[in-house]
Every structure is written in C-alpha cells, then in structure tokens.
Write a new protein. Sequence first.
Length: 433
Amino acid sequence: MFWNSREEEMTRDDIEKLQLELLVRNIDYAYENIPFYRDRFDEKGIKAKDIKSLKDLQNIPFTTKDDFRNNYPFGLFATDMKKIVRIHASSGTTGKPTVVGYTKKDLETWSNLVARIAVAAGVTDNDIVHIAFGYGLFTGGFGLHYGLEKVGASVVPASSGNTKRQIMLMQDYGATVLVCTPSYALHIGETAQKLGIDVHKDLKLKIGLLGAEPWSNQMRKKIEERLGLKAYDNYGLSEVMGPGVAGECEAQDGMHIAEDNFIVEIINPETGIPVEDGEYGELVVTPLTKEALPIFRYRTRDITRIKKDRCLCGRTFARMDKPIGRTDDMLIIRGVNVFPSQIEEVLFSIEGISPHYQIILERDGALDKATILVEANANLFFDEMKKQRQFMDRINAELKSALGIEITAKLVEPYSIERSEGKAKRIIDKRKF
Ligand code: DLL
C-alpha cells in the first residue's frame, strides 16, 4: 500500500531533477536568511548558480552537532520566531541539547512523511495505534502522533512509562499497532509474559512500528515472538526532521528514504570522502523541504549503506540498511572495531540468554577492556555451577568466532539489567580520560 504512489514511484531521473532544483533553491534561501550559512558560503565561494549537478553538493562543508551547539538555541533558524510553531530538542549525553524548530508548513511536511512510513508498514485508518514513545522534547511521540492521525488511525497517546498500565490500555482498547523503541517493545513483551497475558489471545497487536535506536534482526525476532506482531524499522533524527526520514515497507529489505525531501550521501567518516555505491560508511543528510531549518550535509554519525536497486514493493526511493551503530558508540577493542549491535546479533542467537545486555567499558592499563553483562533466562540452571561455566564458555567462544576478539561475558541474575522505556543504554563507560 502507498500513501501517495505518484511520489513514491518517481523515476530516478525525476527524483534527481527534483533534488537538484530544491537544493539550488535552498542554498539561496539559507544565504538570505541564516548568517551562519551566509558566512560559510562566502568563505568557500559557494553560490546557488554554480550548483549544476548533485555532485556539486560535495563542495558544501558538512554541518555537525557542534554547529548546532555553537548557535544554541535558535541561531540556525531561517525564519523569525513568529513563524515557528513547535520546538523539539535532542538531549544527547553531554553539553547543551540540539534545538530544532518547525513552521506550520514543516509540521505538514513531517506528518505526511510519517504517514508514508506508517502506510508502507501496513497501517490503515482501521488501526488502533498505541504510542508508547515519550511525548516531549523528543521528536518520537509527537512525530508519530501527527503522522498516524493523518493516516486516520485511532491514536492512543500513552507516552512511555508505567508498563503494566500500557498493557492494560492495549488490552482494553484493542490496540493493533504498537509504536515505541525496540528495547521498550521487548520490555513490554516481557512484562506481559510475567503478568500471564497470552499475547495471541488477549492482545490484538499486528504491527510494531519501532525505531529511534539501533537493533539487530535477532532482536526483531525476539520482539515478534514476545508480542505476536510483525516488527518494522523506521529511522530519523531530530536535526533533519525527526522520525519519517526512512522506513521499511512490507518487503523489509532496507528502509526507503524519502528522497523527494532529503539527499543522502555515505562518506568515509575519517576522510569525509563519499564511498563507492553500496559500501558502508557514515550517513550524511541534506533536508530539502525544511522552512525553519534548511541545513546542509548533516553528519549523522550513523553507519549504514544504501541500495538503489528496485524493491519488490515497487517504491523507487533508495533504501538504507539498518544502521549498525554510531561512530561515537564504536568500541575499539585490541585494535578491532566493534559495534554493540554486532555483539547483540551474536548474543541473541544463543538459546537460553534473555535479550537484555549491557557493555561495561573499563581501562586496563593502556588498553580498553569490555565486559558484557548478559542475563540468563529465569528458568536456566542458575544454581548448577558446572553447567553455568560451560554455558559462559560457549558464549565467549561464539563472540570470539563472530567478532575475532576476546570479550568476557558475565552472567547476571535474571531481571537485573535495567529495562529501558525509551532508548536503551547499552554502554556503561567507566573509563577515566
Ligand atoms: O530518534 C527520531 C526517531 C524517533 C526516529 C522515533 C524513529 C522513531 P533523535 O533523538 O535525534 O531522533 O536520535 C537520532 O537515533 O542519529 C540514530 O543514531 C538513532 N536512530 C534513530 N532511528 C534509528 C533506527 C530520533 N531505526 C539518532 N535504527 C540517530 C538505528 C536509529 N538507529
């Protein structure tokens, strides 16, 4: 099903023509309205009239989170505050949050793009949608909310927290779609199980519209088993809009990127140079239709790759793979680069482990040391030492064979790892710098 097939089936030529036209327009618009970009463009001699092809985008410098911080809070806005009708912010772990603003037109664009990804995952106006994303400065709650109302679904704005109550509401209102982070979906499933709820009989969930954090396909399987639904991934980030940038269709072969609203590039994160088609690297996004915040070449720090071959669903927009992680979450253990999602893929494929883990980073002399805390399933031989040791040896051997490095896994009591109601905290960094 398509939200708007005229847009979603554009030819590659038409997509690129539209992107170039919007890019040129945006360069003029930003020059006129944002002093930060005027100075940047003057410094580099960038003029809209010199942009003749999409390749010329590469002459424009990247925009980074630091640029947002240095212009905190509203310095990158292209419109005066009178036209801004909504503000969101991304918390981040350090420093000031990144502040983003939306005009009425931006909110309209945003809800259309979210409607598009929801419909691609099979949501219709017959669905009852339970949104368990936090409503607040985070773009997840409100972003999904307006898009799903646009689809015509019955939206339940439950927000996050109080998991037992969430389950009661889903049961009583007959929710067919669950919207939240993958880690919270898993926690909801686990809590339902503890409450003795039969997800197939007592709940009516069909679709999980999950995103906002990296998650492996192994985790997808666990969520599907626990909640009795089909889980779809969607991606976005507040700096370029929020959710709605990309989402999976029913073919589930990557997330279709809204290329009529964003230009995406994949670069080598060290050199900044675009990689060959289809290779992994850092995703860089240029929004094309934002009125309040028309930024250029935003470095997302997310590592993924892009496919442009035709998808079974008929949509022509390129697809991005599930991001394997963020450059800032990459662990370097004895010289080998590892992302938490690679560790997750191994752990979740082992029978007997509950799908919750945490990585503790410590300094061992000059080297980084990682210990992975894993939970055994509640029914697993917790009192038999010998079996426990064999089990841990197996986990460590599987990690070594998949990742090529020795990482120590440590078994912890069932339910002892903190459950997340939003984005999961996978890494506890105890290193002192
Ligand atoms: O997380 C927007 C969002 C809300 C997307 C709801 C999907 C659903 P931020 O809080 O600014 O925005 O965080 C953006 O989250 O750069 C990625 O690192 C990560 N991220 C978002 N979606 C995915 C995903 C929202 N599907 C940051 N897979 C991004 C992996 C994701 N990582």
